[in-house]
Write a protein that binds this ligand. Structure first.
Ligand SMILES: [Zn+2]
Length: 398
């Protein structure tokens, strides 16, 4: 069933450079919103768009109690894969469809959600829909974010017909969410407790997330003395690009020593002339790992090496998913369910930080490759994910 539903989406946002590009509030993403609405209507679910652009499809909205929510997101990174996000939404609809087909009825409200702008591919801030909902980011900050063409989020939302006066924290809606389970394609081949790497290593189609690793971003600015490349003796130079290179190598060396992940994926050299010694060089460090003290230790290593204090741009502490809900999810699936950490952030993490009991299911990705056209799950594993999610809904909302 997931193959059919993902097939309905496969042409949307197809990027000539490979994969799919489905940025928030762009034409491709608006098409996905229409698909969501049509899909929900076909199942007899009531659809609403909340003030922050998140889509909700309700089954039994008037039933007593708080809602059991399943879903994920529909947007993608540039040239991303077909699975990251849509698999969770498609699987949620498939679970509802199979429960309806057998005449099962929930005893509490069930909602399928598609959170807006999870990837941050356009405006640079991930999980925007869920962060606005919970108040983790302010509406004024979010609405002023700009994409690479200079369009603000406010302008993009308005052009898509969304009333930006509705953007902001929504405590009433949050209070209606009893718990949230997000199914997602596995990303990376993360270490399991027994040392196996990923679900492929464990030989299992479906696992649950234990936690999201703490994650920090830092910027390091290095000053130089700009001068002529042809007339300045090597001994007389203050070249910040050399220091930047040392910093990059130190990030990698310290990450290996500390057993964490750290990346320099962005640098900036000014003025950027081929024949001039640079006046400044900046590098950005992304670091994550199981132990937050090791992540911070990496930054201290880099500071000692360069003699410059990295400036913290963002920090998200470890996010532990709800142990009781996760145990319920595993019990609903049955058998041995591997527990994995996540190195990537998710809307489920944002809701968890807002105090909502939250759990995640991962569907095996044989190579672990994600945010890439190579991202993939076997059809039989995707179906195992739907079966797992169906069992979870039956247990939690029955
Ligand atoms: Zn995702």
């Amino acid at each position: 069933m997931t193959e059919v539903l993902l097939g309905e989406l496969s042409d949307v946002g197809r990027d000539p450079a490979g994969g799919v590009t489905r940025f928030a509030w762009a034409v491709s993403e608006l098409e996905l919103r229409e698909w969501f609405t049509a899909r929900a209507a076909a199942l007899g679910l009531d659809v609403e768009t909340d003030g922050n652009g998140n889509l909700w499809a309700w089954w039994g909205a008037s039933l007593p109690g708080t809602a059991f929510v399943v879903g994920s997101h529909l947007d993608s990174v540039r040239s991303g894969g077909d699975w990251d996000g849509p698999l969770g939404v498609v699987s949620a609809f498939a679970a509802v469809e199979s429960l309806r087909a057998e005449g099962w009825m929930p005893t509490r409200p069930v909602a399928v959600v598609a959170f807006a702008d999870e990837e941050g591919g356009r405006f640079g801030l991930a999980c925007l829909g869920s962060r606005l909902l919970t108040g983790a980011v302010s509406s004024s900050h979010a609405l002023a974010l700009v994409d690479e063409t200079g369009t603000t989020l406010a302008e993009a939302m308005t052009a898509a017909g969304h009333d930006i006066r509705r953007v902001g924290p929504d405590p009433g809606r949050l209070a209606r969410i009893g718990s949230f389970v997000e199914l997602h394609i596995e990303q990376g081949r993360m270490p399991l407790a027994d040392g196996a790497r990923g679900l492929a290593g464990a030989g299992r189609p479906v696992g649950v997330a234990r936690e999201i690793w703490p994650h920090g971003r830092w910027r390091i600015d290095l000053a130089g003395v700009p001068d002529h490349a042809g007339t300045t003796a090597l001994a007389d130079r203050v070249d910040p690009v050399l220091a930047m290179a040392e910093g990059i190598v130190e990030v990698r060396r310290a990450a290996a020593e500390l057993g964490i992940l750290a990346t320099v994926g962005r640098v900036r050299v000014l003025p950027g002339a081929v024949n001039a010694i640079a006046s400044s060089a900046s590098l950005w460090v992304d670091a994550r790992g199981e132990d937050p003290s090791r992540v911070r230790e990496l930054v201290a290593h880099v500071e000692r090496r360069l003699g410059v204090a990295p400036a913290l741009e963002s920090w998200t502490d470890i996010t532990r998913f709800d142990a009781v809900l996760t145990a319920d999810v595993a019990a609903a699936i049955g058998g041995e369910v591997p527990e994995l950490p996540s190195g990537a952030g998710h809307d489920a993490g944002v809701l968890s930080l807002a105090g909502i009991p939250t759990a995640m299911l991962f569907v095996r990705n044989p190579t672990g490759v994600s945010h890439s056209p190579e991202e993939h799950a076997e059809e039989s594993d995707a179906e195992a994910g739907v079966a797992a999610l169906t069992a979870v809904v039956r247990r939690m909302a029955g």
